[in-house]
Design a protein around this ligand. Structure first.
Ligand code: C2E
Ligand code: CA
Ligand code: CA
Length: 627
């Protein structure tokens, strides 16, 4: 507050002072207000600066924090990258070491990953793959090198259409070099594909081997029975033309097999298969349906040659000599043929062809027989006969007839051959030529032959003289019947001197020249019984058999005797046989002597013994005993 100076100064002055004072006061007041305001403003500015500083330092702190985070992230990234590299390394090592070939195509269609297996497996140029080529370039290369040529058209079209990238695929194909591969192609999520290739050649081969085994014969490589039946069935489903089915078999193959060994037998079969195959025409199926049995299924078309021509040709071909290990073998064959329509079932057809085949065989082999329904009837009869034979065996309705064997010089009976006779109540007299083969085929010959042996021995033991008795033996008796024991036992029981018993065996048995046969024969000789080779010259036995086996007697087959004086070759053969017998110290009997001329000629040839209708028919035991 300013002091008032009115008391000390004149009025004018006072008022002037007052004025000045007032002015000064007013000015000061104004200044003061300005100052105050300035100060206030300064304060606000300061406060905001402070705030800013605070914010800034916060920001700095945050930045610092983030920096550490970033550092950590960077560190993590580095170690992750290391891990990734490790993994990639492991992956690429794996890729190089797995069996499969791998090819990865990325989204842009570039081959991004491959392993060396894919290079070798697909024969791709390494440089091409290493250059990260477009996948299309790889396909292009494969296309040019005819990679897909062996595979079916759909794959070719597929590759050509370029659809390979779009969808998963799984297929197998054969490479030009014969390798079988399995291809898997899997599109990737973000585009691109992974293709894997597996070598499945071994698996395929094994699979093929299994399939082959089921449908093909191992030895000859021909389709087997099952394959043949399937082919017949296929034809029946769409029959076209007519068919003939040929059932083919080598004659007396079992004997050959046993005589020469299975290896030789196998070689003959392989050769026979080869010959049959070489005559194959069109869609003929040549198959091996069993041991020595082949079948040919032939479809006859309109323009075909003579239907009878094929079996004849095959027969001729099969009968050409076989050379095995330097040895020439002549083998005949038999063929049964059935002409068929689609009516009959494959199994029936095969059976009918077989029936015709057995007819050809029964008639001596080396021929063709055509199936007729009457053959089935004959078959049926044979079956009936077999039944009757069984019954007869049980009922003992067999008898033995005795045919004298004569010494040519003296005209005396030296012995008898016992021959089975069977009189069936319905059919009457049945020839052994009919029932012996059936008995042999069914094994009935073993008990039947044993009976014949017993009867003959007891009969001969009752004779008032020392004549010999001959008994025929079948191969099966050697094989299955304990023949040595049986003979020893029968001789003991009947009291017949072993020297009076002669056992006749055919050449066929010798062909089955297993150690067993020789062993058995030696044992029989040791007992003291005589061994005779029957039907000599009619079969397959070579002369060497005479040396190898201990025979006492040889019987010249009746067929040679019958042609005596008719052709000079037969005469020569008979003379040679007689000489052979003499040299080998064997007694020779000429069989089937029916005429005086034959006997006269044999006498001139110095044949020691004869047997035949001329000198005595097979007769009842009482009659023989009385002579
Ligand atoms: P095989 O051993 O060659 O017997 C001789 C056959 O010739 C007998 O026929 C006999 O009757 C016949 N025969 C004898 N002389 C003459 C003749 O002058 N002219 C003609 N055309 N034939 C004559 P069979 O009795 O019919 O016997 C046939 C075959 O049956 C025998 O031939 C033999 O292989 C077999 N067989 C007979 N009995 C038995 C036996 O008990 N056991 C065995 N395993 N087979 C037997
Ligand atoms: Ca005989
Ligand atoms: Ca004979």
């Amino acid at each position: 507050h300013w002091p008032t100076r009115t008391n000390g100064l004149p009025a004018d002055e006072t008022s002037e002072v007052l004025l000045v004072t007032a002015a000064v006061a007013a000015g000061a007041g104004l200044a003061c207000a300005v100052l105050v305001r300035w100060i206030a403003r300064q304060r606000t500015a300061q406060a905001s600066l402070h705030l800013q500083i605070q914010e800034l330092s916060g920001a700095i702190r945050r930045l610092e924090g983030r920096n550490t985070d970033l550092q950590a992230t960077a560190d993590a990234l580095v170690s992750e990258r290391a891990l990734l590299e490790q993994r990639t390394d492991a992956l690429s090592k794996t890729l190089q070491h797995i069996d499969q070939g791998i090819l990865m195509v990325d989204r842009s269609g570039t081959v991004a990953v491959y392993n060396k297996q894919v290079v070798t497996m697909l024969d791709l140029p390494e440089e091409l793959l290493a250059s990260q080529p477009p996948f299309s370039a790889v396909l292009e290369h494969q296309w040019r090198s005819a990679e897909f040529a062996r595979t079916d058209r759909t794959l070719q079209d597929f590759v050509r259409a370029g659809g390979i990238m779009d969808r998963p695929q799984h297929y197998e194909r054969e490479r030009p070099n014969g390798m079988a591969i399995e291809v898997h192609s899997q599109p990737l999520e973000g585009g691109g594909i992974v293709r894997t290739f597996t070598d499945i050649t071994q698996r395929k081969l094994a699979q093929m081997a299994i399939e082959r085994a089921a449908l093909f014969d191992e030895l000859t490589g021909l389709p087997n029975r099952l394959a043949l039946l399937r082919a017949l069935e296929t034809w029946r489903n769409a029959p076209e033309g007519t068919i003939s089915l040929l059932s083919i078999s080598l004659d007396r193959f079992r004997l050959l097999n046993n005589a020469r060994g299975h290896e030789t037998g196998d070689q003959v079969l392989v050769e026979a298969a080869r010959r049959l195959s070489s005559e194959r025409a069109g869609d003929d199926v040549v198959s091996r349906v069993g041991g020595d049995e082949f079948a040919v299924f032939h479809v006859q078309r309109g323009d075909d040659s003579e239907p009878e021509e094929l079996p004849k040709r095959l027969l001729k071909r099969l009968e050409e000599p076989y050379v095995v290990d330097g040895v020439t073998l002549s083998i005949t064959a038999s063929i049964g043929v059935v002409w068929a329509d689609a009516e009959a079932s494959p199994a029936t057809l095969l059976r009918q062809a077989d029936v015709a085949l057995s007819r050809a065989k029964d008639a001596g082999g080396d021929q063709v027989a055509y199936y007729t329904p009457s053959m089935t009837v004959a078959r049926e009869e044979r079956f009936q006969l077999e039944q009757s034979l069984r019954e007869a065996l049980g009922a003992n309705t067999f008898t033995l007839a005795y045919q004298p064997i004569i010494a040519v010089e003296s005209g005396e009976i030296v012995g008898y051959e016992s021959l089975l006779r069977w009189v069936d109540p319905v059919r009457g007299n049945i020839s052994p030529a009919t029932f012996i083969p059936i008995a042999e085929a069914t094994g009935l010959i073993v008990p039947l032959g044993r009976k014949a042996l017993v009867w003959a021995c007891f009969e001969a033991a009752s004779w008032p003289n020392e004549r010999s008795v001959a008994v025929n033996l079948s191969p099966a008796q050697f094989e299955r019947g304990k023949i040595v024991e049986t003979v020893r036992e029968v001789l003991a029981r009947s009291g017949l001197a072993p020297q009076r018993l002669e056992l006749e065996i055919t050449e066929g048995m010798l062909l089955e020249q297993t150690g067993l046969v020789l062993e058995t024969m030696t044992a029989l000789r040791e007992i003291g019984v005589g061994l005779t080779i029957d039907d000599f010259g009619a079969g397959h036995a070579g002369l060497s058999y005479l040396r190898r086996f201990p025979f006492k007697k040889m019987k010249i087959d009746g067929s040679f005797v019958r042609s005596l004086g008719k052709d000079s070759a037969s005469d020569a053969i008979v003379e040679a046989m007689l000489l052979l017998g003499k040299r080998l110290n064997m007694r020779v009997v000429a069989e089937g002597v029916e005429t005086e001329e034959q006997l006269e000629q044999l006498r001139r040839m110095r044949c020691p013994y004869v047997q035949g209708y001329l000198t005595g028919r097979p007769m009842a035991p009482e009659l023989a005993r009385g002579l």
